[in-house]
Write a protein that binds this ligand. Structure first.
Ligand code: AVJ
Length: 330
């Protein structure tokens, strides 16, 4: 671990990422592209370009989750803070902390705000808002954690007051059901009785509305999807022709999740020197790049129960598109 203290001791940043980290990309590629049905995990979308494309997705007319979640936060931040009594906010996948300010404001108004702990893989994404926020909120302590929340959850410093762990945006939907419960169990095991999980979940709705959110008319999501191939080219020396792959988004009505895939438009042979792999693609062959599960309240309650949590509160936007819920350890 590398620790750094800045802004007169108000900001501390711990980094758990080291040399091994391209390794997880290499391992994921080696695993995923040698499976009978090829797949790549969605976390590798988010290099600088991917993060920028994702920000543009959030502004798209078709992509409702960001707006719906923000509407819930704006309307219910005070309720969330009253229910959780949080003195500190640990945010997993904090990004640029735009939604976070709504929560921090409500905590400041309630007079409980003490500490913010942004947790993200991207170093700049932890550092920049950390420094801005101490300037904006007098007395706020910021303890940033740079790491992979699938591996470094245990490295987060202990709570010094009632803690709310926020996992927003619906990213929990990226986990298939079994891993989802395992991940929630990992969060639950770090919660003390007064701590809460604040979770954002996209809800089941008209499949066409969901599908369009992942296949926008301007083609931004398609570019975002193909970006993972640019990442493999740059990081692993691969020779993918991203234009040789088309974007596919389909809603699995049985499992109620959206899938994104990349479909080879023609036969291709791709070499990936850094993992010593030569991969064949048949024309029309698909690589699954993301699942994004959609929830109902009973489904989420089932997941919470399986993870040792119980739902204490549930809020949706007026159109019922998205939900925020609070869960407590049982
Ligand atoms: C960041 C995982 C919440 O699943 O909706 C957006 C990613 N993929 N468009 C989602 C995403 C395609 C997004 N999450």
């Amino acid at each position: 671990m590398i620790t750094e203290i800045v802004a007169n001791g108000q900001v501390r940043i711990d980094s758990f990422l080291a040399d091994g980290d391209e390794r997880t990309l290499a391992d994921d590629v080696l695993d995923g592209l040698t499976k009978p049905f090829k797949e790549l995990p969605p976390k590798h979308f988010y290099d600088a370009r991917g993060s920028e494309l994702f920000d543009r997705i959030c502004e798209l007319p078709e992509y409702y989750p960001t707006r719906a979640e923000r509407a819930i936060l704006e309307r219910h931040a005070a309720d969330i803070v009253a229910a959780s009594r949080a003195a500190e906010l640990l945010e997993l996948g904090s990004g640029y902390a735009t939604k976070t300010r709504v929560l921090l404001d409500a905590m400041a108004t309630a007079g409980t705000l003490d500490r913010y702990l942004p947790f993200d893989v991207a170093e700049s994404v932890v550092r920049r808002p950390a420094e801005d926020l101490v300037a904006e909120y007098p007395g706020l302590r910021v303890h940033g954690v740079i790491g992979d929340f699938e591996r470094h959850l245990d490295c987060v410093p202990p709570a010094s007051g009632p803690r709310t762990v926020a996992f927003l945006g619906g990213t929990i939907g990226n986990f298939p059901p079994g891993s989802r419960r395992r991940f929630l169990r990992g969060i639950a095991s770090g919660l003390r009785p007064a701590d809460r999980l604040l979770l954002g979940t996209d809800l089941v709705k008209d499949p066409e509305v969901i599908r369009r959110a992942y296949d926008d008319a301007a083609g931004i999501t398609a570019e975002f999807n193909r970006n993972v191939l640019h990442v493999l080219n740059r990081e692993l020396g691969a020779d993918f022709d991203p234009d040789g792959f088309e974007h596919v988004a389909l809603f699995d009505t049985e499992r109620e999740w959206i899938e994104m895939r990349l479909r080879a438009v023609r036969t291709a042979t791709v070499t990936i020197p850094d993992v010593g792999l030569e991969v064949q693609f048949a024309a029309g062959e698909e690589v699954r790049t993301e699942i994004s599960a959609k929830f109902t309240r009973p489904r989420l309650e089932g997941d919470y129960a399986a993870a040792g949590l119980r739902m204490t509160d549930w809020w949706t936007d007026p159109d019922g598109l998205f939900a925020l819920s609070l869960a407590a350890p049982r």
